[in-house]
Design a protein around this ligand. Structure first.
Ligand SMILES: *[C@@H]1O[C@H](CO)[C@@H](O)[C@H](O)[C@H]1NC(C)=O
Ligand code: FES
Ligand SMILES: [Fe+2]
Length: 427
């Protein structure tokens, strides 16, 4: 009898524990299979004030850092090329999405039949902003929220003025920017002399045909010149310093003990960067081998063999092959939103196992965020001091120069631009 009582008492507890364990396993599983979505807004990381600041104090300190920042002799701020302005899923048919690109406010729409169009946001009538209250109407047109004028997303021309008997003024037209949708992303072409696209964004068939599955994205706002980010690919020496300490120690470089040459967990890097020959001179490639060690011993499954192909100034296709574990890509898109402010999106598609893909993307994000601490605060040095272990930084700069022209906008001392970027359709 007594034994039966104690049995009865133990079982609800055991059942409870089993349910809790099952729930924990289920939640862990849900977390693992959910694609990564790591979004860091300006100020979330990259700053250090020497003391802990929050809220309003942090905001004003960030403003002060921006004011005090020595930018150095920057190259022009907006290079020529294709730039990612959105992911395909960001704008559904008949939807409107506000875009900031090269300091301009633009309006992205998707027409009823699925085509994307990008136009200037200011209405030529009385200057209202389409991004705030505008609508997609008549298939592929935008209707202004103020007096309801309608503009074609295709041609920019005003197609109708509500309640107006008279004719439509000839100048009633907005600027249209050239866009392209590929690899489930939307790109805009910019050229300082109004040239048509000089190269294309290569399509990744495995993304289009669905063989590689969406594994997640990261999204960062960074205060730096757009060239600093790709230059990292040629800066071989920083790999075995800034990125040496294991990813287990995270992204915050003010906290990581950087000078430990042999930490318990470390990354070993071996990189090479080189530009491609004509007619692919707008392409360069970085080959990167990496593995992790624990107490000096290589950790299995941490070997990665990457080829990061830079296509123009704002697109990198990082292709990876983990042998029997699978293959895939991380597309890295740098978009200049302001002269010294970039939006960087990483998007991963792969046929890798979910847990492994998540580990890879989160590790990559942590390493990238260490660079953000550097980029957010550095000045640009036009003539760096080189040592023997430095990578081909000078060569990378000469390669990158092809994306600027005489008319590329430069930042003046007073914060204005020498000239505003305009659509190639306005030449
Ligand atoms: C980075 O580490 C420092 C020092 O521990 C800390 O004060 C700061 O809040 C950390 N920054 C972030 C963004 O976590
Ligand atoms: S301001 Fe756009 S319709 Fe009047
Ligand atoms: Fe880096």
């Amino acid at each position: 009898m007594g034994a039966r009582v104690s049995n009865m008492a133990a079982s609800p507890f055991a059942t409870g524990a089993a349910i809790a364990l099952a729930l924990a396993v289920y939640l862990l599983y849900r977390w693992i299979v959910r694609p990564v979505n790591r979004v860091k807004r300006l100020g979330d990381l990259g700053f250090h004030f020497g003391e802990e600041l929050t809220g309003r104090y942090k905001e004003s300190q960030i403003e002060r850092m921006k004011r005090l920042r020595v930018l150095g002799e920057l190259p022009p701020v907006y290079p020529n090329g294709w730039f990612c302005i959105a992911e395909s899923g960001d704008v559904a048919p008949k939807e409107i999405k506000p875009i900031i690109f090269m300091g301009e406010q633009l309006t992205l729409i998707r027409s009823e039949n699925g085509k994307v169009h990008l136009i200037d946001s200011y209405c030529p009538h009385l200057g209202a902003n389409f991004n705030v209250g505008g609508r997609v109407v008549d298939g592929n047109c935008v209707q202004c929220p103020f007096h309801g004028w309608v503009f074609s997303g295709e041609t920019g021309k005003c197609t109708r003025i509500p309640n107006c008997e008279g004719s439509i003024p000839e100048q009633a037209k907005v600027s249209v920017w050239p866009v392209k949708e590929v690899n489930k992303c939307i790109f805009v072409w910019y050229h300082c002399d109004g040239h048509d696209p000089e190269w294309e964004v290569p399509e990744i068939p495995e993304i289009t045909n669905g063989n590689w599955i969406y594994k997640g994205r990261t999204d960062h706002e960074i205060l730096c010149h757009c060239q600093e980010i790709p230059e990292n690919g040629a800066d071989i020496a920083h790999l075995n310093y800034l990125h040496l300490i294991g990813v287990n120690e995270g992204n915050n470089i003010t906290r990581i003990e950087m000078s430990k040459a042999e930490p318990l967990v470390r990354h070993v890097w071996n990189g090479k960067w080189e530009p491609e020959a004509a007619p692919n001179q707008h392409v360069s490639a970085m080959y990167l081998k990496q593995f992790m060690t624990f107490a000096g011993f290589p950790i299995p499954l941490t070997y990665s063999d990457l080829k990061a192909i830079q296509i123009g100034p704002g697109i990198v296709h990082m292709m990876f092959d983990f042998g029997f574990l699978g293959r895939g890509i991380v597309m890295q898109h740098v978009t200049p939103e302001e002269p010294v402010q970039q939006r960087v999106r990483f998007t991963m598609y792969a046929d890798l196992n979910d847990a492994f893909a998540k580990f890879f993307l989160i590790s990559e994000a942590n390493h990238f965020e260490r660079d953000i601490y550097i980029w957010t605060n550095k000045r640009y040095i036009k003539n760096p001091l080189y040592a023997k272990n430095d990578g081909p930084i000078g060569k990378h700069r000469r390669w990158f120069n092809q994306f600027y022209g005489e008319n590329s906008p430069r930042l003046n001392k007073d914060g204005t631009l020498t000239n505003r970027p305009i659509s190639i359709n306005d030449w």
